[in-house]
Design a protein around this ligand. Structure first.
Ligand code: CDP
Length: 227
């Protein structure tokens, strides 16, 4: 493995990317960076500022002017990191269904993506990073040393997201989660800019029938063979 490698992990909603990538990053001593939280944070800010979700210009301006702080977890409540805008800790707010219902709309805007992609690229190019999202292997870091596209059936993904919410004590309805996952995938896959897609050189892993450890081991084995 070379000195400072880049691993890109993309895939549809709730495919287990974050869980798996966090463990992979820890095992390799790499930074784990979740780009989804940035789109979620801007969506939260748009809702907080009562911005019309259909107002692309306002959303773009917000993305350009908002500083999203991601720092080491200050609370031991299962969070991988703290996410803040100003002095407000939005770590769990951005995981709520209301944000999830709007995030794909905000993420479809060219200006929003341009602003967030530039920040992500800067972090990614430092290397020794596992970066997770929808367009990391295709747009953000097309020269990544290893590209993984992590998939699973919609039912399995909805089941995992349901379990995640329930384990945090949040209200959850399986059918609503399933519909939300399918709808987000539809918007993310069909947008004009940086749609959800496996890069041609990505290794596709279907994790429907795989345990977390099996997926982690598969990625570590591939990482050990990185040029
Ligand atoms: O955790 P989950 O897979 O459900 O979602 P996420 O990775 O936190 O991403 C939330 C949303 O942000 C996605 O549905 C996309 O609309 C958007 N996103 C994106 O467009 N590009 C990325 N690189 C990451 C997320």
């Amino acid at each position: 493995m070379k000195q400072r490698s880049i691993i890109a992990v993309d895939g549809p909603a709730a495919s287990g990317k974050s869980t798996v990538a966090q463990i992979v990053a820890r095992k390799l001593g790499y930074l784990y960076f979740d780009t989804g939280l940035m789109y979620r944070a801007i969506t939260w800010a748009a809702m907080e500022n009562l911005i019309d979700m259909a107002d692309e210009q306002a959303a773009t301006l917000l993305a350009e002017q908002t500083t999203i702080e991601v720092q080491a977890a200050s609370v031991d409540d299962g969070r991988p990191c703290d996410v803040l805008i100003g002095n407000t800790d939005i770590t769990w707010e951005i995981r709520k269904p209301a944000v999830e219902a709007n995030v794909s709309k905000i993420a479809s805007y060219k200006g929003v993506r341009a602003s967030l992609t530039a920040q992500q690229r800067k972090i990614g190019l430092r290397g020794n990073v596992v970066m997770v999202g929808r367009d990391i292997g295709t747009v953000v870091l097309p020269d990544a040393d290893l590209k993984i596209y992590l998939d699973a059936s919609p039912q399995e993904r909805a089941r995992r997201r349901y379990q995640e919410l329930v384990s945090r004590g949040d209200a959850a309805n399986f059918e609503e989660i399933l519909a939300g996952v399918i709808e987000r995938d539809r918007i993310d896959s069909n947008r004009a800019v940086a749609p959800l897609r496996a890069a041609p050189d990505a290794i596709v892993i279907n994790s429907s029938e795989m345990a977390i450890d099996e997926v982690v081991d598969a990625i570590i084995t591939l990482a050990e063979k990185m040029p």
